[in-house]
Design a binder for this molecule. Structure first.
Ligand code: G3P
Ligand code: MG
Length: 250
């Protein structure tokens, strides 16, 4: 039997519907995914929104940063027409909407906290409101919270010590401690490296240190199988629809 890593549908199924929308998470579920990944940031009224970029330009008909907006303005934006006409009524969801959808669909979740550029007060609001949002997760044992922003992750950990954490990092030039220096102190259960430049030796080091190793972003099934043979426990993919059911249900 082929050994697969766990498959996380990255921003839903973003080749089938606009990323980080309920449509994209529905498509991932229809493709058989049992875990989703989504990105969370905060806006002026404290609402947690599901969006990858720190500006509205690429994925909506709005523009610029969103940190000064309330959700009443965000919900008027079209977050689907950029992808195709079919999705022109999609909206930027709130984190609570995605959590409700995942609860109802029995999906596990990797919630990624975006490095908020809205200032210190909003960064604190993000973590406080996330504590409230994740309290609605039906099965907290199927929730991982990850971030490139390890300070935000530490703050979240103080607020919610029982939730599993993933130490996200980029290999080139990210300031601050390395995973070897920081992930254990923070109590992370997983390290999340980029697939670019990843070596078998690095995977072995992560696994021998006692962490799960969840790799982003892997869009090729054979590559995912190879990574599993290296000891990788999970991959984030833009193409959950390419994986067989036996891979998606672990
Ligand atoms: O959580 C894995 C992956 O999503 C991290 O990078 O930029 O796609 O959010 P990014
Ligand atoms: Mg992400």
């Amino acid at each position: 039997m082929t050994d697969y890593p766990r498959i996380y549908a990255h921003r839903g199924a973003p080749t089938l519907a606009p990323e980080n929308t309920i449509a994209a998470f529905s498509k991932a579920m229809e493709a058989g995914a049992t875990w989703i990944e989504f990105d969370v940031d905060v806006i002026a009224d404290g609402s947690l929104i599901v969006i990858h970029d720190d500006t509205l330009d690429r994925t909506t008909n709005g523009s610029g940063r969103y940190y000064g907006l309330d959700y009443s303005a965000i919900r008027r934006l079209d977050a689907g027409a950029w992808f195709s006409d079919t999705y022109r009524f999609e909206r930027i969801p709130e984190a609570a909407d995605v959590i409700s959808f995942a609860n109802a669909s029995h999906l596990g979740m990797n919630l990624e906290i975006k490095p908020c550029y809205g200032g210190m007060e909003l960064r604190e609001t993000l973590v406080e409101n996330l504590r409230v949002a994740v309290s609605q997760v039906a099965d907290p044992s199927r929730l991982i919270v990850s971030s490139f922003d390890h300070e935000a992750l530490a703050r979240f950990h103080r607020a919610c010590p029982q939730i599993a954490l993933g130490w996200l990092f980029e290999r080139h030039g990210q300031p601050g401690p390395t995973w070897q220096e920081g992930a254990a102190d923070l109590g992370c259960v997983a390290v999340h490296p980029s697939v670019e430049g990843l070596t078998r030796a690095e995977v072995e080091q992560i696994r021998e240190a006692g962490f799960d190793c969840n790799v982003w972003t892997v869009n090729d099934v054979d590559r995912a199988i190879e990574l599993a043979s290296w000891g990788v426990t999970g991959v984030f993919t833009d193409r959950p629809q390419d994986f067989p059911a036996e891979a998606l249900t672990r």
